[in-house]
Design a protein around this ligand. Sequence first.
Ligand code: OSB
Ligand code: MG
Length: 368
Amino acid sequence: MTGPGVELRRVSLPLVAPFRTSFGTQTVREVLLVRVVTDAAEGWGECVAMTSPLYSSEYVDAAADVLRRHLVPALLRAGPVPAPAVAGVLAPVKGHRMAKAALETAVLDAELRAGGRSFARELGAVRGRVPCGVSVGIMDGIPELLDAVEGYLAEGYARIKLKIEPGWDVAPVRAVRERFGDEVALQVDANTAYTPADARHLARLDPFELLLIEQPLDEEDVLGHAELARALRTPICLDESIGSARDAAAAIRLGACRVVNIKPGRVGGYLEARRIHDVCAAHGVPVWCGGMLETGLGRAANVALAALPGFTLPGDTSASGRYYATDITEPFVLDDGHLDVPTGAGLGVAPLPDRLAEVTTATEWITG
Ligand code: OSB
Ligand code: MG
């Protein structure tokens, strides 16, 4: 391999337990990794697209296709591009923010590794460790849910998020409150499973003093969220609806959310994620760092982002062991409910070569 190039690598990692949401059940995480090789360094980016387009329109085969056919060729044609200019080079391609985020992250990682600077420092982190929450899937029954929540609380998680859907909402929330008390920081995530006609039903969650309800309505229904917000005491947090800093500004202006879940892999990368953070901070809107079942690579960058000052709520930045028995990097381990922010150059972590080889299902190399 001479000169700059980009590797697309597919890995397949079994989850420690099935993860059920209102849009489906995951048992295996198929991940697309992007490795950018420059004269000075190499860098990694993790694409958060899932196997099927059920959380959002992107999915892993489509991300690989648009990277291979459009995004990587555009980047290689542009010659050496500093990370802040990558988004502009990729802008003629509409959408595909998850694919773009992975490529930009890999370029940024290579740049920072070459310069000996960490993601945390580059993004403006103000903390050395971040408090972590955990996202708890829909279970077969309340006893199974209570066992799962008990285990996570015993591990030290600072906040519990319950996945909900029609038929699994008030009862699990009530059960968790009755068993573990009002002090537990508790929130719910519907992944768009409700409609505006469910407003009165969702108001039944109000007595449980949740931190927030995440994305109850369709991704495109920002106005619907604004109307729902007026019918609920529980603050609305948007996830799927926020694809950019402009989306965040509009949603806040409309009164569609009082909290934002910032998912770097969904908004086109860490630089746009920071702009969302800045917009929210300017409006006094608290944010937290979302997750997409990332490996240690994506987790490292998420934890760095979560150390910015506006991230005042614990994120879905759980320990590696919540997802994978064996991660592709050294595992992130919870300490008193926190994860340490990596301090090494770039992401501060790298894939363990033998482990990476074991879980790799395909690789391809793209050069100009
Ligand atoms: O909506 O936040 C979500 C996982 C996959 C896709 C969407 C979501 C999630 C989670 C888990 O809730 C987040 C994580 O722990 O990585
Ligand atoms: Mg969500």
